[in-house]
Design a protein around this ligand. Structure first.
Ligand SMILES: [Ca+2]
Length: 363
């Protein structure tokens, strides 16, 4: 899902993919995604790469792609207390971030009052002492803006705005943990449980993203890579659905694929990411391709528009909310549909548990 996004519509598939790749696909329907300024990009529905080997044990967290891999970075989310390797998105102002005065907003309009959700410093993400990061997204019923009850969420990055820098596209230079396949292929994975991601118009996402160069039309220096997104909504097909995507331009520069158990057509290959198991979402990222896998089975391979020499791509773990961002009449989890818990002051719409994030480098 790009920063600017509006509902999908059914439409004919157009040729973003090579004919060679296309023959591997077993389903042909697609969804088109209409962006905020009215142009359509593509969201094809399903198609498994049947040529890819399947992991011996689909839940083994240590599954790795073929080859020899060395652990480069990881967060096992052990212990309690503050996160050390992840930063809540609190805006784009380096001095405010350094002074701990920054305030985060997301899906924003022109002002704080027109934001659909807020990323906040604390309160919605924590270590549970049992080896997992807990993330949640809630409606604070005591606060409102022009969109209604205010939504706050865990929205975590491995980077932060470090210093003003006029040579940077957005005048801010980012620091933190960046990832790049320039010096050799990477395998990046997250083990996540999402059975409590239930709120309508919420979704869980695990991304690679450049805050400065994602949508400049040049995939080489950084894009938005959605290693996994799990949206929820009142439509039956949204009971069990996930997608992967690469976005390199705000309009007309997207490649994405949706997998679903229900709907027309259903996917020929699918894993139920809404069950109570942990699932491992991985990407094997080289300068030639990005292979997105679930539990060691590759679901989709990006072969074009690869970020081959990204400047500041970092990892994201997020819960998000925007009414009908994925589909018209998706439902508003603030006031209807399932939820995790509810009180007069707050409704917890969705919750995710993250067991680890690991980055391996090919030797
Ligand atoms: Ca770019």
């Amino acid at each position: 899902m790009m920063l600017r996004n509006t509902p999908f519509r059914m439409s004919q598939r157009a040729g973003l993919f090579s004919p060679v790749l296309a023959v591997l696909f077993t389903a042909s329907a697609c969804l088109a995604e209409e962006t905020a300024d009215g142009k359509k990009s593509q969201v094809k529905s399903e198609a498994a790469d049947e040529t890819t080997p399947v992991a011996k044990d689909e839940t083994t967290p240590e599954w790795l792609p073929e080859g020899k891999w060395a652990l480069d970075w990881s967060d096992e989310f052990s212990g309690e207390g503050e996160l050390e390797k992840w930063y809540p998105l609190l805006g784009y102002n380096p001095p405010a971030f350094k002074k701990n005065e920054a305030k985060g907003i997301r899906w924003s309009g022109k002002t704080e009052e027109s934001s659909h959700m807020y990323s906040v410093k604390s309160g919605h993400h924590w270590l549970n002492g049992d080896g997992q990061l807990v993330m949640r997204i809630v409606t604070d019923k005591t606060k409102k803006n022009e969109h209604g009850p205010r939504v706050e969420a865990a929205y975590l990055l491995t980077g932060y705005p470090e210093v003003w820098d006029k040579t940077e596209p957005n005048n801010a230079k980012w620091a933190g943990k960046f990832v790049s396949p320039k010096d050799g292929p990477l395998y990046i994975s997250a083990r996540v449980r999402t059975d409590q991601v239930v709120g309508w118009s919420t979704w869980f996402a695990f991304w690679l993203f450049s805050e400065t160069r994602a949508y400049n039309g040049n995939p080489v220096d950084g894009t938005e890579v959605d290693m996994i997104e799990i949206p929820r909504g009142k439509h039956e097909y949204m009971d069990k659905v996930f997608n992967v995507a690469n976005h390199w331009k705000s309009t007309g520069g997207s490649e994405s694929l949706q997998f679903r158990e229900k709907g027309t057509p259903p996917s020929t290959s699918f894993v139920d990411v809404t069950d109570s198991d942990y699932h491992t979402y991985g990407i094997e990222w080289s300068k030639e391709s990005m292979k997105c896998s679930v539990d060691g089975k590759v679901y989709y391979t990006f072969a074009e528009n690869i970020p081959t020499d990204p400047v500041d791509m970092m990892m994201f773990l997020t819960l998000e909310f925007k009414p009908n961002a994925w589909d018209p009449n998706q439902g508003d989890g603030r006031v209807e549909g399932p939820y995790v818990s509810d009180s007069p002051e707050m409704r917890e719409m969705s919750r995710a548990l993250v067991d680890f994030v690991r980055v391996y480098r090919k030797e």
